[in-house]
Design a protein. Structure first.
Length: 317
C-alpha cells in the first residue's frame, strides 16, 4: 500500500511510504473491485491514444450531463461501499462477534476506506475526523501526521487546534516540494503552501497550543517529500497502535476534489508496532521544527499578490 505515484523519481530521490500486506485476499479483492467499479464510469483509452465514453455511459457525459453523471457515480460507489462493508461481509453483529472469538489470536486489523468528494462519498473524511477527535482528546496519547502538501480542511484544522494531547505534523519544506523546480506559474506553488503553513502556525500561537502542536519540515538535501499518513500512540505505549497509509493528503483538494483511498491498520502486535514506529521516526529524523523565524527569511515572504492568490486558490491545493 502506498500513496506514491510510481513514476521513476519516486524510487530515486522522492520520500514516500510503502507497506507490503501479504496474504490478505479480502483486501486485494476490495481494490480489484474498486478499480473495476471506477473504470465502469471512466473514459476508455484506445490504442491510438483517443479517449471516449464506454457504451454503458451513453447519456452520462461528465461534461454535458454533469448532474446525472455525478448521481450515477455516487450511486455506483455507495452501493460498492455497502456491499464491501465489514457488517455485510459478516452478515450481522452476532457473526462479527463470533468471528472475533474464533480468531482470538488475531492481533491486527486492516480496513480500507475511500473518499470521492465530487460524488459526495466521504467515508475517509468521516473516519479521519473520528480518529483525530479520539486521539486529540485522549490524555497522554500522541498523534503524528504527515501531509506533503500542507492544506488541512477546516474540519481537520479545528480538531487539531482543539487538542489536549501532543500533535506533531510533518510537511515538505519549500525546497522539498515537488513543484520547487517547476517552470512558469507552477513555480510559485511551494510559496503558496508555505503561506498556508505560516497561517496555520499563527493559529497555533493564537490558540496558545505551541506546547502541544509542533510543525516539522522535511529538509533532506536534493530530495522531495510526498509522504502522507497518520500514527496514533495509545497512552503509555512507546510505539503506535494505529496508522493510516494511502493516497489522501488531509488537504482540501484531497477531500473535496480527488478520488482517494487508504487503509487503516490497527494492531496489538508489538513487532509490527515497532516497525511502524521505526518508519515514523525515520521520517521525522530528516526534519527541522518550525518556529516564527522560519517564515522571516526572504524566500518565505510571498508578497501581496501571492498572498491573495493563496486565498483564492486554497480550495484547489
Amino acid at each position: 500500500m502506498s500513496g506514491a505515484n510510481l513514476s521513476d523519481w519516486y524510487f530515486v530521490d522522492r520520500q514516500d511510504r510503502y507497506m507490503m500486506i501479504r496474504d490478505c485476499k479480502l483486501l486485494a479483492r476490495f481494490y480489484q473491485n474498486l478499480v473495476d467499479k471506477v473504470s465502469s464510469f471512466s473514459y476508455e483509452v484506445s490504442p491510438d491514444g483517443r479517449i471516449a465514453l464506454g457504451d454503458k455511459m451513453r447519456g452520462l457525459n461528465p461534461v454535458h450531463n454533469t448532474t446525472r453523471f455525478r448521481q450515477h457515480a455516487h450511486d455506483q460507489i455507495s452501493s460498492f461501499v455497502e456491499v464491501h462493508s465489514l457488517y455485510n461481509m459478516l452478515q450481522d453483529f452476532d457473526a462479527a462477534e463470533e468471528a472475533l472469538q474464533d480468531n482470538s489470536d488475531l492481533d491486527t486489523w486492516i480496513f480500507p476506506i475511500i473518499q470521492m468528494g465530487p460524488f459526495d462519498i466521504v467515508q475517509d473524511e468521516e473516519v479521519t475526523c473520528q480518529i483525530l477527535q479520539d486521539a486529540s482528546k485522549t490524555s497522554n496519547a500522541k498523534l503524528f501526521l504527515s501531509s506533503a502538501y500542507f492544506n488541512f480542511t477546516q474540519e481537520y484544522e479545528d480538531i487539531i487546534l482543539d487538542t489536549d494531547t501532543d500533535v506533531d505534523i510533518i510537511t515538505a519544506a519549500p525546497r522539498a516540494n515537488g513543484f520547487f523546480s517547476a517552470r512558469g506559474p507552477m513555480r510559485h506553488i511551494p510559496t503558496l503552501y508555505s503561506k498556508i503553513e505560516e497561517d496555520f502556525y499563527a493559529q497555533i500561537m493564537s490558540h496558545k497550543k505551541q506546547a502541544l502542536i509542533r510543525v516539522h519540515e522535511y529538509q533532506q538535501p536534493n530530495w522531495t517529500f510526498h509522504s502522507k499518513g497518520l500514527w496514533v500512540y495509545a497512552p503509555g505505549d512507546n510505539a503506535p497502535c494505529l496508522t493510516m497509509i494511502g493516497s489522501p493528503n488531509f488537504g482540501r483538494r484531497s477531500v473535496k476534489r480527488d478520488l482517494e483511498s487508504q487503509v487503516v491498520l490497527l494492531t496489538q502486535n508489538m513487532r509490527l508496532m515497532h516497525h511502524i514506529q521505526e518508519e515514523q521516526q525515520r521520517l521525522f529524523s530528516e526534519t527541522e521544527i518550525v518556529d516564527e523565524a522560519t517564515f522571516n527569511t526572504p524566500d518565505r515572504r510571498p508578497g501581496l499578490l501571492l498572498t491573495l492568490m493563496t486565498k483564492c486558490l486554497q480550495s484547489l491545493l
